[in-house]
Write a protein that binds this ligand. Structure first.
Ligand code: FES
Length: 215
């Protein structure tokens, strides 16, 4: 009888121990769930903070919005690259000498007057630009999309021969473009480099990606 009572007590202690183990496991589970919830909330907060901390121009770029560029420090002969809709856009401040070379290349390029219907109307002049001194181009080869190398300097120093007039060279399959982005004859690229929509907001402010005010 005494043994029976002890067994019953042992069983009771075992149940209590099982019950308390369950309780600990339940608490642990709750802790994991709540920690996960805090982690997810933390991650969301971090993303929100990151987006909020982006400068307006960075947010505009991310959304593909027009990009405003300050040209005040772009000296003649210099080229800068901006990003618009994930593409590199070159802005070259051409010198008088560079502009004079466009006469030399006129007969060497396949579409000298930019007749192909893929250019804005203001890119259908010899300079392919709104203001002759500023060339604005998408820096992507019209053959298979490589990024051409800038070979602005004329002559032997370019590595393209003494008769090179300056421009851009695509290393992938050898396409050449002059200082207006016009494609040379006899190369794989079928068209001039793209001129993106753009307009000047002032003498030194350029807006890439929007030319609505011009039409
Ligand atoms: S991608 Fe430029 S020449 Fe082929």
């Amino acid at each position: 009888m005494l043994q029976l009572i002890r067994s019953a007590e042992g069983l009771s202690r075992g149940e209590k121990s099982l019950s308390s183990e369950k309780s600990v496991n339940e608490q642990r589970r709750m802790l994991v769930v709540s920690t996960g919830a805090v982690g997810a909330a933390g991650a969301l907060a971090a993303v929100s903070t990151l987006l909020m901390s982006m400068a307006p121009s960075e947010r505009a770029k991310a959304a593909g919005a027009p990009v405003e560029v300050d040209l005040a420090k772009l000296e003649p002969g210099m080229l800068i690259t901006e990003e618009w809709r994930g593409k590199p856009v070159w802005i070259l401040h051409r010198t008088d000498d560079m502009l004079s070379k466009l006469g030399e290349t006129k007969d060497l390029v396949s579409d000298p007057d930019s007749k192909l219907p893929m250019q804005p109307e203001y890119a259908t002049n010899v300079e392919r630009s709104i203001k002759p001194e500023y060339l604005v181009l998408v820096g992507i080869c019209t053959h298979l999309g490589c990024s051409p190398t800038q070979k602005l300097e004329a002559g032997e120093a370019s590595g393209l021969g003494a008769d090179w007039s300056g421009g851009f060279f695509c290393p992938c399959h050898g396409s050449k473009f002059d200082l207006a982005g016009r494609v040379y004859k006899g190369v794989p690229a079928p068209a001039n480099l793209e001129v993106p929509p753009h307009q000047f907001l002032s003498d030194s402010r350029l807006l890439i990606g929007d030319d609505a005010a011009r039409s």
